[in-house]
Design a protein around this ligand. Structure first.
Ligand code: NAP
Length: 355
C-alpha cells in the first residue's frame, strides 16, 4: 500500500533528513508532497530527489493550503517552524474534521524545558524523562519556548482519536544531514558563525550549562520508527503521552550530577572547541573564549532568543523512543565533538564566512 505523506520543512535540516529517510524506506512506500516556499526551492527539491516528491508552493501562513494537504494525506510530518501557531492551528482544524485515520508527527524542541538565563546559575541536576516526567511536560508554562504550538498539537488526539499524534522533541541536533538543501544544524553552526563575527569564540557568561544532543541521522530513524509503528497500528504512546525526546539515554544511570553525562555537553566546552577549530584555521587570533553578556550576544545575532541557545540547561532522556525499539547509533561522545569540526568544514565549503 502506498501512503500519502505531506511534509513541511523538507528543504531544511531536520525535514531534509526525514524526507531522505522516507524516500529510502525499505518497509513502506510513500508518495510525498512537500510544502516549499517558492518555485526555486521546488525545482531544487525535484532535481535533488530525482523527481521523488510532489511539491506544493506555499508558506506556513497559507493555512488553506496546509488544511487541504492535511485532509488529503495519510501521514503529516511537520518540521518547518516549531513556533508557528497559525499552521499548528490549521493542522488541528483539518485533523479534527477527518474521519480517516491520519498520522501526525510534529516537531518540537527541548528549549521547552530550558531554564532561565541568569548570571551565576549552576548547572542543573534536573533531568526530564519523556515518560516519567510527562505530566510535568504537559503542564509546562505557556510562555516556555515552543509550548504554544505543543499545546495545540497535543490536544488534537482528544478531539479526534482517529488522529494518531506524536511529537518528536529534539535536543541539540548535530551531524551533517542526508537532506537536499540546508544540511547543517542551528546551534553549533550559529555559534561558529557568530564567533567569527566576534573575532573570538564566546560563551554566555561562564557557559557551564548542560544540554543533551542527538545525531540527525538517529533522529531521522526515530521519525521512521514512529511512522512504521503507527502505520502498523501498534500501540505506542500517543497524544498527551506521545512525547519523544530526540536525545539519548544512559544505561543504568546513577545519580545525576552537575557534570554532563557522556550523552550531554557543557556549552562552555563547545565554545572552547569552537575557539580551537577557528584558531587552528586562522579565523580568529586566539583560541580563548570570551564570556559575554546575553545582551551582547543578542546584538551579535540580531535576535533576542540567541543567548538562550547556549545559556540554558536542557537535560532530556529519550526513554519513550528506546522503549519502542529506537536504536541510536551515534551515541559515542566522539561523534558530537567531531561534529564541531565537521560543521566548520561544511560551512567553509558552503562559503558561510564573510557573507
Ligand atoms: N536544529 C536543531 O538543533 C533543532 C532542535 C530542536 C528543534 N528545532 C526546531 O525545528 C525546526 C526546524 O529546524 P531545522 O534545524 O530543520 O531548521 P532549518 O534547517 O532552518 O529548516 C527549516 C525548514 O522549514 C522551512 N520553513 C521555515 N519557515 C517556513 C515558512 N514560514 N513557510 C514555509 N516553510 C518554512 C524552511 O524553508 P526554506 O528552505 O524555504 O527556508 C526549511 O525547509 C525549527 O523551528 C527549529 O527551531 C531545531
Amino acid at each position: 500500500m502506498v501512503s500519502k505523506v505531506f511534509i513541511t520543512g523538507s528543504t531544511g535540516y531536520i525535514g531534509g533528513q526525514v524526507l531522505h529517510d522516507l524516500l529510502h524506506n525499505k518497509d513502506h512506500q510513500f508518495e510525498v508532497t512537500a510544502l516549499v516556499r517558492n518555485e526555486t526551492k521546488a525545482k531544487k527539491l525535484l532535481e535533488r530527489t530525482n523527481n521523488g516528491v510532489k511539491t506544493v508552493i506555499g508558506t506556513l501562513d497559507d493555512v488553506s493550503v496546509i488544511e487541504e494537504q492535511v485532509k488529503k494525506s495519510d501521514i503529516v510530518v511537520n518540521t518547518a517552524d516549531v513556533d508557528h501557531v497559525p499552521s499548528g492551528e490549521a493542522i488541528e482544524r483539518a485533523l479534527i474534521g477527518k474521519k480517516e485515520q491520519t498520522i501526525l508527527v510534529h516537531t518540537s524542541g527541548t528549549s521547552i524545558i530550558g531554564d532561565e538565563l541568569r548570571k551565576g546559575k549552576k548547572p542543573t541536576t534536573k533531568v526530564y524523562y519523556d515518560d516519567k516526567s510527562i505530566d510535568e511536560i504537559n503542564t509546562l508554562d505557556h510562555n516556555q519556548p515552543h509550548r504554544p504550538v505543543d499545546e495545540i498539537i497535543l490536544r488534537i488526539n482528544e478531539k479526534n482519536p482517529n488522529a494518531k499524534v506524536v511529537v518528536v522533541s529534539p535536543s541539540a541536533i548535530f551531524g551533517v544531514s542526508d537532506g537536499y538543501d540546508k544540511i547543517i544544524s542551528a546551534q553549533v553552526p550559529l555559534l561558529i558563525n557568530l564567533s567569527v563575527a566576534n573575532k573570538q569564540a564566546f560563551s554566555v557568561y561562564d557557559g557551564n550549562y548542560i544540554w543533551s544532543h542527538v545525531h540527525v541521522k538517529d533522529l531521522g530513524e526515530l521519525y521512521m520508527l514512529l511512522i512504521d509503528k503507527l502505520l502498523k497500528g501498534e500501540s505506542v504512546p500517543q497524544g498527551k503521552k506521545g512525547y519523544y525526546f530526540g536525545s539519548y539515554v544512559v544505561d543504568n544511570e546513577g545519580p545525576i550530577t552537575e557534570k554532563p553525562s557522556p550523552i550531554e555537553h557543557f556549552w562552555s566546552d563547545v565554545s572552547a572547541a569552537v575557539g580551537k577549530v577557528l584558531y587552528e584555521n586562522k579565523m580568529v587570533s586566539t583560541p580563548d573564549v570570551a564570556q559575554l553578556e546575553p545582551e551582547k550576544i543578542a546584538q551579535l545575532a540580531s535576535f533576542d532568543f540567541a543567548p538562550s541557545l547556549w545559556g540554558t540547561n536542557s537535560r532530556s532522556r529519550a526513554n519513550n523512543g528506546i522503549k519502542i525499539g529506537w536504536k541510536p547509533k551515534f551515541t559515542d561522545p566522539k561523534y558530537f565533538w567531531d561534529g564541531i569540526r565537521n560543521d566548520y568544514e561544511q560551512m567553509k565549503k558552503e562559503g558561510a564566512f564573510g557573507k
